[in-house]
Design a protein around this ligand. Structure first.
Ligand code: ADP
Ligand code: MG
Length: 339
């Protein structure tokens, strides 16, 4: 199968309703795609690359991979409060394996269709498996100003929130690596969260005009929140009990693997949640007088959110236990370049 057959068969689809207000005026097939932003909007763009062996295990389910490759990109749009419109796909493949391509494009388009996000073009080449997607989203302008959620808007006194619950993806990774052991049902659920993250697109849009800053959690809460604090020139205090999520509900299910399995320590549970990575939840800030508005946004997006702390004028990040005492926060956030 040649490159052009492959694109025709697995990636080119009949144009959706040739709607006059669709962003993509010309899709796959020419040298360029043509995008036409609607008046009164800005285009939000983000790119994320997934490399075999670095971001996913060799041999991972192709359908799940198609889902995740787009999901991590949609998560960036969500963090900016943008509505997904279109994406491009650059694909390096070691071989044209039809079963793999069919499963990959199925997973990819199922999520794309769910968010009405259209594949507008891309590139296909032979090489080590590598998937690079660029997404295009829309943010309305208000009186000429952007309504995008940025990292730089957090202010002292704001509340800090996270969506969903954290730590499952890292838990799955440690279970798969054999560092932790748990009942099969725990592995299945954690693995679904690792391989099929659910980008919080509806929540991001619902938070426009309410949240003062937002970021999506790809590298771990502490590391990612630090970007917000730096960009905003503020600090934060977080309550560990609030972030511990349901991992804490029955920690005895989780044990360090080995001849004599010992339950995970409270520090290990915290590390999963605070420095785990790959959660693709949103962390955001909002003024304390916007609590009702945040709750309404979460309800309209059908996405649970938890208030986990507050923004301080004093730089740095402090962790507090239930009694208000300081907790050691030396958890290394996942860093691709740290050995
Ligand atoms: P060129 O050689 O001019 O760069 P290509 O032959 O690479 O063009 O691509 C032909 C058309 O197919 C273009 O419209 C391109 O956007 C599209 N395309 C190529 N690979 C993909 C892919 N993986 N997914 C979607 N569209 C693709
Ligand atoms: Mg090309």
């Amino acid at each position: 199968m040649g490159e052009f057959d492959l694109i025709e068969r697995y990636f080119k689809r009949p144009a959706r309703q040739p709607a006059r207000d669709s962003l993509v005026r010309l899709g796959i097939g020419d040298d360029c795609a043509l995008l036409q932003p609607r008046p009164g909007t800005q285009i939000a763009i983000s790119t994320d690359m997934l490399v075999e062996g670095r971001h996913f295990f060799p041999g991972v389910d192709a359908q799940a991979l198609g889902h995740k490759a787009l999901a991590v990109n949609l998560s960036d749009l969500a963090a900016c409060g943008a509505s997904p419109l279109a994406f491009t796909l650059a694909l390096a493949l070691p071989e044209a394996n039809e079963a793999w391509l069919a499963a990959f494009s199925n997973g990819l388009f199922a999520l794309a269709d769910h968010h009405a996000c259209e594949l507008a073009g891309g590139d296909t080449t032979r090489g080590p498996l590598n998937i690079c997607i660029t997404v295009f989203g829309e943010v309305p302008l208000q009186n000429g100003a952007s309504t995008a959620l940025l990292r730089s808007g957090a202010r002292a006194g704001d509340d800090v929130y996270v969506s969903g619950h954290l730590g499952d993806a890292r838990l799955a990774l440690e279970l798969l690596r054999g560092h932790i052991q748990a009942p099969e049902a725990v592995l299945l659920e954690a693995r679904a969260r690792l391989e099929r993250p659910n980008p919080r697109v509806a929540l991001g849009q619902a938070l426009r005009g309410i949240a003062t800053s937002a970021i999506d959690l790809s590298d771990g809460l502490l590391g990612d929140l630090a970007h917000v604090l730096k960009a905003s020139g503020v600090g934060a205090s977080l309550h560990t009990a609030a972030v511990l999520s349901r991992l804490e509900a029955d920690p005895a299910r989780l044990a360090n693997a080995g001849a004599d399995p010992a339950p995970l320590s409270p520090q290990q549970l915290l590390a999963l949640v605070l420095a785990g990575g790959d959660d693709y939840e949103l962390a955001f800030t909002a003024p304390a007088d916007a609590r009702a508005a945040v709750a309404a946004a979460a309800a309209s997006a059908q996405t649970p959110v938890t208030r986990i702390g507050s923004i301080d004028a004093e730089p740095g990040l402090r962790l507090l236990d239930a009694s208000g005492a300081a907790v050691d926060n030396r958890f290394a956030s996942f860093d691709h370049f740290r050995q």
